[in-house]
Design a protein around this ligand. Structure first.
Ligand SMILES: N[C@@H](CCC(=O)N[C@@H](CS)C(=O)NCC(=O)O)C(=O)O
Ligand SMILES: [Fe+2]
Length: 336
């Protein structure tokens, strides 16, 4: 067994603490990262010894979100990525049909779930990670810069003083380059900010779960106008993803299909490099940034941004009940 394989899954006492220092400002994070050069010195190295995972996507037409079950076929250990808790905004009511479909698949395939992975704090749907963890076990994890997102939205929603902004609501916070295991398959985390400061891509064998960076080649890329978003950073993050081997399978977090095709969520580095309407090879950073900023000015806020962000920065937990036993969310007026 070589050193890389041995170190894939450190013992619990060796794993980095999830409680990392608080970042006080998204702006300073963006300033640090804006100097990342595409591909170098942060070029991502993937082990050539990896077996490849089985990947099953579940599309939620209500929010255009794709959740994934990714599994090692040899050990039957797996992870769930970007799960959805259904939410009816008219009644402010949650339900679990989408999450229950993931559970049924996990049982059918005989999987043991080790991880509930979030690519970012989603603004358009609520995470079902705590519900799935209660039913299936596993640890809830996200990128470490969730702390910056928590600081920003604690202010936006004027949350209670006791709301912690050190990421402790999650079981684990991933750093750039961190390795972990899904069964016998090595996974590695790439910090891919731009859509939000905390966005990460999970590279699992020959598959990369890119969250909201790239979308299908005919749709382009994710918006960068949420608090802490940055089009320049997104371009640099995407170029790092596109530096992965050309045959890498890319799994997207959303599809917004035109009427002429069905929802689709899988593509490759090669297809994105030759066809993506926003970032195919040859499109410069400056051209991308001006396109992205102009397009973002035309987009309405996601329908569920207010409930989604408040729940997702709590790792998917609903706020604690008030004295009368009911749980409440807050609505900032004229702010977003
Ligand atoms: N209409 C959708 C919009 C969702 C949305 O803004 N999605 C983000 C990702 S969280 C995005 O990047 N969208 C790209 C776009 O709409 O062009 C909704 O209300 O949920
Ligand atoms: Fe998003």
């Amino acid at each position: 067994m070589n050193e890389m394989t041995q170190r894939v899954r450190p013992a619990a006492h060796e794993r980095p603490t999830p409680h990392r220092p608080v970042l006080t400002s998204c702006r300073s994070l963006a300033w640090d990262l804006i100097h990342i050069k595409a591909g170098d010195p942060h070029r991502f190295q993937r082990s050539s010894m990896n077996p490849n995972p089985d990947v099953t996507g579940f599309y939620d037409p209500a929010t255009n979100t794709v959740s994934y079950v990714v599994a090692d076929p040899a050990t039957k250990h797996g992870a769930i990525i970007d799960s959805v808790l259904d939410y009816d905004p008219k009644a402010a009511r949650t339900s679990t049909a989408s999450a229950d479909a993931l559970i049924a698949h996990v049982h059918r395939a005989g999987l043991t779930i080790d991880w509930h992975l979030e690519t970012h704090a989603h603004a358009d749907h609520l995470s079902a990670a705590p519900y799935l963890k209660a039913k299936l076990g596993g640890q809830i994890a996200i990128g470490e810069y969730i702390t910056a997102v928590q600081v920003t939205f604690k202010r936006v929603f004027d949350l209670e003083d006791s709301f912690a902004t050190d990421g402790r609501q999650f079981d684990h916070l991933f750093a750039e380059g961190e390795r972990f295991a899904i069964g016998g398959i090595e996974a590695q985390v790439m910090h891919t900010p731009g859509h939000t400061p905390a966005c990460v891509t999970y590279v699992v064998g020959d598959a990369a779960f890119v969250g909201d960076t790239l979308f299908m080649p005919d749709y382009g890329t994710a918006r960068c106008d949420f608090p802490g978003g940055d089009a320049r950073l997104l371009y640099r993050s995407i170029r790092r993803v596109l530096d992965l081997p050309r045959e890498t399978r890319l799994f997207l977090c959303h599809d917004y299909p035109p009427a002429t095709r069905e929802p689709t969520w899988q593509t490759t580095v090669a297809a994105e490099r030759s066809e993506n309407i926003h970032v195919k090879d040859g499109i410069s950073e400056e051209a991308f940034v001006s396109m992205r900023r102009a397009r973002d000015k035309t987009l309405a806020m996601p329908a569920l941004i207010i409930p989604a962000v408040q729940v997702n920065i709590r790792a998917g937990q609903l706020p604690a009940p008030a004295a009368n036993g009911t749980r409440y969310l807050r609505i900032p007026l004229n702010l977003l």
